[in-house]
Design a protein around this ligand. Sequence first.
Ligand SMILES: [Zn+2]
Ligand SMILES: [Zn+2]
Length: 242
Amino acid sequence: MNVVILIIAHWYIGIFIQSLFLHRYVAHQNFEMNTYLEKFFFILNYIIFGSSYMSPAAFARMHELHHHHADGEEDPHTPSNTWGFLGTIVRARNSYQDVYHGRKNSQPARTYPEWKFLDRLGHHWLSRVTWVIVYIFLYSVIAEQWWHYLLLPITVAMGALQGGLVNHLAHKVGYRNYNTADNSRNILRLDLLFLGEAYHNNHHKFPHKLNLAKKWYEFDPIFFFLKCLDYLHIIKIKKRAL
Ligand SMILES: [Zn+2]
Ligand SMILES: [Zn+2]
């Protein structure tokens, strides 16, 4: 049970970072935060994803390609013409490596916040292996059943798994509010699983808007949280994003 709780907590903190920091802050630059808070999120991104660390700037450069070429040849992670979920993950992983090493989108439309030291650290094999050892140790302390160890790959690959699930499902299953040129879909009507990221068809229609929910029954928890931070003057939401 403890391992299941660990995975659920890891899932939600991971989605929180991917949505708030990687997607809405670094990639779309929908709001501003001070340097200390930004550094805090960079470090949190490294600690929470550990073995599956992704460079925020490379994530953003890859995401830029996705918005420009959604479901086309140049889309870094379209589920079209791939063999299922695994195909989307492999395509995304290869595209990410190409972008990170400057073989793809080396001249992005804008500059993205980056911390090169953390990128080098997070990408180093020693860092990734150390995190896997940490997870095995953690499991050895809290696992109550032998089969709990079968869940270890979820912890090891959490970053890739979450990115892959959103990218795959949001261009495959769900409903459409808008007739966009791509296959984007809103995965869930009430998105308590991806904290707002499931409203992907809305996002493709209005990529610069911070609130991903559009219909009365849709609710975007991250947007609500960011509005509270903005109200408290902890962050500043840009006018164009509202
Ligand atoms: Zn998309
Ligand atoms: Zn986006």
